[in-house]
Design a protein around this ligand. Structure first.
Ligand code: PMP
Length: 424
């Protein structure tokens, strides 16, 4: 078919021009040319139900976001060392979504930069260098945060000052056991740092443990956070995946735990596809950092990005997308649990709003992880026009994380096609 050879041509060009470090999703790569709401369309007019992308948070190409971007881009865009109202309006609107303890926000372009900045701020505030992250975490691309991203694999060694702990897995343990294990692992990592003369700076984790396999239970982090704080370190909540209304009950994932972090990093969904990210902080954490350093991020919080970020927050509010995430997320999880009755390979369904992890297992008594089934399922779904992704240390957790305007009708369509793939 012509589309296959066109895809082959693009693949070859991509490799020749962009080099060998990139990976695509799916055995048959998707080549979208247009997006709208929760749909992507390829050049042949095939529609794909997007059940994967949190970056187009309020829907692909949302007209209000596009209009805000175009209007500001037509008027003015500059670097960020001039006065401009919109960045302040955005900062105000963003900070209004946080608890009172969080009083400043610094804007960047990517989640990696936000985490990199948090690492710097935590080092200055604590005088420490030690960081604890989960065993299959991903926190970004800079040297500092790639060294704290064990999911990148053995080819990217962890920093000498970095310790890893198992994520609080609530499938193979009860939530209480997972919480106790998480805390015990953090205490052991702190003891190990002490033996090596490393002063702790922070515990950094994704508030739904997305890369570790999606563990959105509550009540599982309190002891771990307390242990780090007792040792003089900070708690950094990485909200790049969980944040911005996705979990349905709260704007930010950390709020589900009822513990206010010292630093919060965020990114992906803030700009509906436009590169905006940032770090929110307790003001006291930034006091000395601000004296020692001047922070200039050329594009972070420029007038166009700020206008886009503000439009995204407006849409989330005006379209009730947080309530939608709660309602449709619960409907989707119920539907998945119903499918679980008939399909034993669905080992576990765990979700918070529109972030759901489906753990795919073998039929054996141990319900061992089944990466082969997972890969087959995700590629079968793609062939049936449904996009999902994979996460977890064993690559056996299907990541279900659609744009927030996902409706119950979209959920029904997803469930129907998933049922067909699982039955095939
Ligand atoms: N933190 C988490 C939890 C992420 O998932 C990602 C991106 N996958 C990042 C940080 C890095 O964000 P970015 O790609 O925007 O640099």
């Amino acid at each position: 078919a012509p589309s296959v050879s066109a895809a082959d041509g693009l693949l070859a060009r991509r490799r020749r021009l962009l080099g060998p470090a990139y990976r695509l999703l799916y055995q048959d790569p998707v080549h979208p040319v247009r997006g709208e709401g929760v749909w992507l369309y390829d050049a042949d007019g095939n529609a794909f139900l997007d059940v994967y992308n949190n970056v187009p948070s309020v829907g692909h190409c949302h007209p209000r976001v596009v209009a805000a971007l175009a209007e500001q881009a037509a008027r003015l865009n500059t670097h960020t060392r001039y006065l401009h109202e919109t960045v302040l309006d955005y900062a105000e609107a963003l900070l209004a979504t946080f608890p009172d303890e969080i009083g400043h926000v610094m804007l960047t372009c990517t989640g990696s930069e936000a985490n990199d900045l948090a690492v710097r701020a935590a080092r200055v505030f604590t005088g420490g260098t030690g960081f604890i992250v989960t065993r299959f975490a991903y926190h970004g691309v800079t040297v500092a945060v790639a060294e704290m991203s064990p999911s990148l694999g053995a080819g990217v060694p962890l920093g000498a000052h970095v310790r890893t702990v198992a994520a609080p897995d609530t499938f193979r343990r009860t939530p209480a056991e997972a919480a106790a294990g998480f805390e015990a692992d953090v205490r052991a990592a702190l003891a190990d740092m002490q033996r090596h003369g490393i002063k702790p700076a922070a515990l950094l984790f994704d508030t739904v443990f997305a890369s570790d396999g999606v563990f959105p239970a509550t009540g599982i982090v309190d002891g771990a956070v307390a242990a780090m704080r007792e040792a003089g370190g900070l708690y950094i909540a990485d909200e790049v995946q969980a944040g911005l209304a996705r979990t349905g009950s709260h704007m930010w994932g950390f709020e589900r735990y009822g513990i206010v972090p010292d630093l919060v990093t965020m990114g992906k969904p803030m700009g509906d596809g436009h590169p905006i990210a940032g770090m929110a902080a307790r003001p006291e954490i930034l006091a000395e950092f601000g004296e020692r350093t001047r922070y200039f991020n050329t594009f972070g919080g420029n007038p166009v990005s700020a206008a886009v970020g503000l439009a995204v927050l407006d849409v989330v509010r005006d379209e009730g997308l947080m309530a939608n995430a709660a309602r449709v997320g619960a409907y989707l999880a119920d539907g998945l649990r119903a499918l679980q009755q008939r399909h034993p390979s669905l080992g576990d369904i765990r979700g918070a709003g529109l972030y759901v992890g489906m753990e795919i297992v073998e039929d054996d008594a141990a319900r061992s992880p089944s990466p082969a089934r997972t890969t087959r399922l995700v590629n079968d779904l793609r062939r049936r026009g449904v996009l999902v992704g994979i996460s977890g240390a064993h690559a056996n957790v299907v990541k279900v994380r659609p744009p927030l305007p996902f409706s119950t009708a979209h959920a029904d369509l997803f469930l129907e096609r998933l049922d067909a793939c699982l039955g095939a």
